[in-house]
Write a protein that binds this ligand. Structure first.
Ligand SMILES: NC(=O)c1ccc[n+]([C@@H]2O[C@H](COP(=O)([O-])OP(=O)(O)OC[C@H]3O[C@@H](n4cnc5c(N)ncnc54)[C@H](O)[C@@H]3O)[C@@H](O)[C@H]2O)c1
Length: 280
């Protein structure tokens, strides 16, 4: 990618926990492309993760904020405006957590307390960020807000649990707020639907290794890495994508458009040749 694509731009990045985090890679690429950053994560993630290391590399300030707490988000965005000296250009929402996924509680046996927590952290937090940014008029005209999603919003993938519902809500919020933010302030709002990626959140999903292997084999271009996702996010923060808004953009090597690949047909056929089953 050309150098300086984000020269002079400033943005807030949510959700970098460690080097594996998609947000970590986005922060690095945005910084390499000339952006000034403020990094944020929940207070507990700041204690357990390595965000200060990223802050050192990118020369950024860190402001803690639990994305489920309105006052903390408001403090983060108004502090960011103070530090940046006014409105800024972009926000990355890279936040996801499901107590059900974490504790391996199946979808059909959730408690609604767990489910509400999943939605609160993984989807409503996006509405909170947008509502607060809109209220403070924190984002410049032609600014860009991106949240990370997954194809489980459209298709059922075993093991993804209530995160599929959370992602469907997240993508819907991008459309609903994208309309208002575009109409009133010319700000873009999109979601990027990323391939399965070996991060702390990703690896918590039941059967994740098989999921990542399956989509790698099924996608004509193979899975997209966190590093490649970061390139796409940088493009969406840049002025090259000024009329892209209210979209869920698949960044998955083609997986979301596949039904059956040649490799999968051959493997499927082979499974019957080798088995002792009636369906032969
Ligand atoms: N890894 C994958 O396979 C994959 C695929 C598609 C989309 N995504 C999405 O990408 C995003 C980033 O996840 P990741 O894979 O980089 O994993 P990650 O574990 O590195 O990042 C998840 C982040 O969410 C933060 N978070 C959790 N609760 C929070 C709260 N209350 N307030 C503020 N932050 C909170 C965590 O501290 C962490 O930094 C998530 O939305 C995830 O669903 C991941």
């Amino acid at each position: 990618m050309g150098e300086g694509l984000l020269k002079g731009k400033k943005g807030v990045i949510f959700g970098a926990l460690n080097e594996k985090s998609i947000a970590w890679q986005v922060a690095l690429k945005a910084w390499e492309q000339g952006a000034g950053l403020i990094l944020t994560n929940s207070p507990v993630a700041l204690r357990l993760g390595k965000l200060q290391d990223l802050a050192k590399i990118t020369g950024s300030q860190v402001i803690p904020a639990d994305a489920t707490k309105m006052d903390e988000i408001e403090n983060l965005l108004s502090e960011s405006m103070n530090i940046f000296g006014g409105k800024f250009d972009f926000i990355l929402h890279s936040i996801g957590m499901s107590p059900n996924v974490r504790k391996d509680i199946p979808y059909e046996r959730t408690s609604y307390e767990n489910m509400l927590k999943t939605f609160d952290i993984s989807a409503l937090s996006f509405h909170r960020v947008l509502q607060t940014a809109y209220k403070l008029d924190a984002i410049k005209e032609w600014g860009s807000v991106v949240a990370l999603s997954y194809v489980a919003a459209q298709r059922t993938l075993s093991g993804y649990n209530d995160m599929g519902d959370a992602k469907a809500l997240l993508e819907s919020i991008a459309r609903s707020f994208g309309y208002i933010y575009g109409r009133d302030r010319k700000v873009r709002v999109n979601t990027v639907s990323q391939s399965p990626t070996a991060t702390t959140a990703g690896s918590g999903i039941h059967g994740f290794d098989s999921l990542i292997d399956f989509s790698e084999r099924m996608s004509p271009l193979g899975n997209a890495t966190a590093d490649e996702c970061a390139d796409y996010c940088v493009a969406l923060f840049s002025d090259l994508t000024r009329k892209v808004t209210m979209q869920n953009l698949f960044h998955d090597g083609g997986f979301s458009s596949m039904g059956m690949s040649l490799k999968a047909i051959e493997q499927y056929q082979k499974s019957f040749d080798e088995c002792d089953c009636d369906d032969k």
